[in-house]
Ligand binder design. Structure first.
Ligand code: GLU
Ligand code: ZN
Length: 276
């Protein structure tokens, strides 16, 4: 039976590298899930990555999506929403739910941090001993305090089923970067709520991030969507497809005269064969 709940989905690329096949699949899945349900497919440019962000890529992304035969509604880019991130960060600070951390990656490594599902699991140095307030600081979620406040939380993935929020592979993640009013986690959670996204579709590599996002929704009183983490396309070597491993950018395939709609059809079939 066709899905009758109209989903609002989104594709949220960061313009710090060209789009490749994995991005195309992600966009197609989000587009089709919205379309099949009579919902809306949104494009949001996630351009707050400081010096890594290359604004000219946003236009290339739009041409890539057109070439794949996708239609979308574009919502404001992240760079226009910094005030809403700052306001949420202030609210979390006032509630003592985030704390400043001046540690460098090297210091965190030296403190014996283990690699988790979202980078190193912070060992809590600055939580035990607050840093000098004159140093530039990132702000980390006090996960223990957050969970004490929210109580147990669950979220639902369309493919993986019901999930219980668990920070054990995450620790106290960064919500405000040293150089920006938000990290990916804070920005994307606020934006998905502001844009009315009801089905968050993205690759399974971001699965664990949803524990953080579900917690932020509870703390900030935001609506709770469903998630759809799709399996990643793998290259012939079984490695995740990424530009750095030689998968050609969509823009290169487009420039070489390849038929984008045909490529989209192939990706749909390949995705079906993954059983999702
Ligand atoms: N902007 C993120 C990226 O390009 C994706 C965010 C998301 O889908 O939640 O990796
Ligand atoms: Zn620290």
């Amino acid at each position: 039976m066709p899905d009758r709940v109209p989903h609002v989905t989104r594709f949220a690329p960061s313009p710090n590298g060209r789009l490749h096949l994995g991005h195309a699949l992600s966009a197609i899945i989000a587009h089709d899930l919205a379309g099949e349900s009579g919902g809306r497919f949104l494009l949001r440019i996630e351009d707050i990555d400081g010096p890594r962000s290359r604004p000219e890529l946003a236009d290339e992304f739009r041409r890539d999506l057109e070439w794949l035969g996708l239609a979308w509604d574009e919502v404001p880019a992240q760079s226009t929403r910094l005030a809403s991130y700052a306001a949420a960060a202030e609210a979390l600070k006032a509630r003592g739910l985030i704390y400043p951390c001046t540690c460098t990656r090297k210091e965190i490594q030296e403190a014996g941090a283990m690699e988790g599902s979202d980078g190193l699991i912070y060992t809590g140095t600055c939580k035990r001993q607050p840093p000098d307030s004159s140093c530039p600081a990132a702000w980390r979620l006090d996960a223990a305090k957050a969970m004490a406040e929210t109580g147990p939380l669950t979220w639902d993935d369309a493919l993986a089923g019901p999930q219980v929020v668990d920070f054990s592979g995450l620790g106290d993640v960064v919500l405000v970067r040293k150089d920006l009013p938000a990290s990916y986690h804070l920005a994307v959670t606020l934006d998905d709520a502001a844009d009315g996204v009801t089905l968050v579709t993205r690759g399974a590599d971001l699965f664990a991030a949803s524990h953080v996002h579900r917690t932020l929704q509870a703390l900030l009183g935001l609506p709770v969507p469903r998630w759809h983490h799709h399996p990643l396309l793998l290259g012939a070597d079984g490695e995740k497809l990424a530009k750095r491993r030689g998968s050609p950018a969509l823009a290169e395939r487009r420039a070489a005269g390849e038929d984008g709609r045909m490529l989209a059809e192939q990706l749909r079939l390949q995705h079906l064969s993954l059983g999702t």
